[in-house]
Unconditional design. Sequence first.
Length: 96
Amino acid sequence: MGLTAITLTFATFDYHGVGEVEVPAEVRLTACLDGAAAPIGSATARGSKYIGAYPQGVISFSSNGQPFNRVTVELPPQSTGATVFAVDNIEVTLAK
């Protein structure tokens, strides 16, 4: 059994204000099956809704029915922006 879709809310802790980061940090979600070398797929997103000075957003991935059972959420290397993030409201769809 595995998953076929995942959605989560995230916040990146890069301060967005006068003289600070212009573009919020990118978040990447990668879905894999067991120890397979190639991922099933991935998605990227940047926060756009601000709570205080920190951008928040939603990232989703759907595998179109192909099951996966491992997910990595990370901040890919970037020249500026956040080095820390938080996730919440994780929703998944189970494979049938």
